[in-house]
Design a protein around this ligand. Structure first.
Ligand code: CUA
Length: 328
């Protein structure tokens, strides 16, 4: 084999091996993250099924391409020299018409078979019960509301082995965001005025990370989210304790809201970044002016808390007055 052929061929083989090894080691983004919820498993199974066909077609097409390049290269023939003239091949034509139909039917049938397990939210009356959480997307944080009124920001605590139904939406004054925790199921847009339903049932305790998947503005990349799955008893006692603390105004909701809704632009210690410096700002001492900025926005700042419950607004203003007044 001449060097002019050998080198590109060696390069192609090495690249393919490198791709395969990253794919095998923690998958390097080539395969979905490990599913940790029944709906996410349905998605992963469908992905694997489609990959079998696309992988086979990839090898067939690229293999033939390389084969033809090597086998039918010019060698010492002149440019003018013609090869044998071939007209039609009935068997080949039948095969490349029928095979794609068979493949598409096989893919479609499998996905439709899996779809109910991915899409249908398990009933609230099913064994084990269900927790329904409202998920709202804002620039640039997620607000969660539990059935007992508890509010959380960016970190969604959830019970292990119990269905959690998500009502995903965004307020009317917002832009479109997209909720996606890959290990716990598909991606759902958070559209102003529209509610999309999704669900998950975390198979083990742990933290499952996600990211807003719709470009929504300057801090889109900072709009992360996570589900913290806890053993059921632990989750239930947290939820009850948190309800009491939020009613009494002694919870960490203010700090959590600051970290989610303010710090991404104003800095974790109010030192300023995209937004102006907050630490030492006299606005923090003027409750009415502060509420007005949070509710209505100002300049480039969106109205981050326009539709917040009173408890969340109070928690944040208390935190700002106490925590940030003297620079942290
Ligand atoms: Cu919200 Cu991107």
């Amino acid at each position: 084999m001449p060097a002019a052929v050998r080198r590109p061929l060696a390069f192609a083989v090495l690249s393919a091996l490198a791709l395969c090894s990253t794919a095998a080691a923690g998958n390097g983004g080539f395969a979905p993250v490990d599913a940790a919820s029944p709906n996410a498993e349905g998605i992963a199974d469908s992905y694997a099924w489609v990959s079998i066909f696309t992988g086979f077609i990839f090898l067939l097409v690229e293999g033939s391409l390389i084969w033809f390049i090597v086998r039918y290269r010019r060698r010492r023939r002149t440019r003018a020299e013609d090869g044998p003239q071939v007209h039609g091949n009935t068997n080949l034509e039948l095969a490349w018409t029928a095979l794609p139909i068979v493949i598409l039917v096989a893919i479609g049938a499998f996905v439709f078979y899996k779809l109910p397990g991915i899409q249908d939210v398990p009933s609230a009356n099913a064994a084990g019960g269900r927790v329904d959480v409202e998920v709202k997307g804002y620039r640039y944080y997620w607000n969660f509301t539990y059935p007992n009124g508890v509010i959380a920001v960016d970190n969604l605590r959830a019970p292990v082995d119990q269905t959690v139904k998500l009502d995903i939406t965004a307020p009317l004054f917002e832009v479109i965001h997209s909720w996606w925790i890959p290990a716990l199921g598909g991606k759902f847009d958070a559209i102003p005025g529209v509610t999309n339903e999704s669900w998950f049932r975390a198979e083990g305790p742990g933290v499952y990370r996600g990211q807003c998947a719709e470009f929504c503005g300057i801090q889109h990349t900072a709009m992360t989210a996570q589900v913290e799955a806890l053993p059921r008893a632990e989750f239930e006692s947290w939820l009850a304790d948190e309800a009491r603390a939020q009613e009494a105004g002694t919870s960490d909701l203010g700090e959590e809201t600051y970290a989610g809704a303010c710090a991404k632009c104003h800095g974790l210690a109010g030192e300023g970044d995209i937004g102006p410096r907050l630490a030492g700002n006299s606005l923090l001492q003027d409750a009415n002016a502060l509420e007005s900025v949070i509710r209505n926005g100002r300049g480039e700042m969106p109205p981050v808390g326009k539709d917040w419950e009173e408890r969340q607004l109070t928690a944040l203003t208390d935190f700002l007055e106490e925590g940030l007044t003297d620079g942290g």
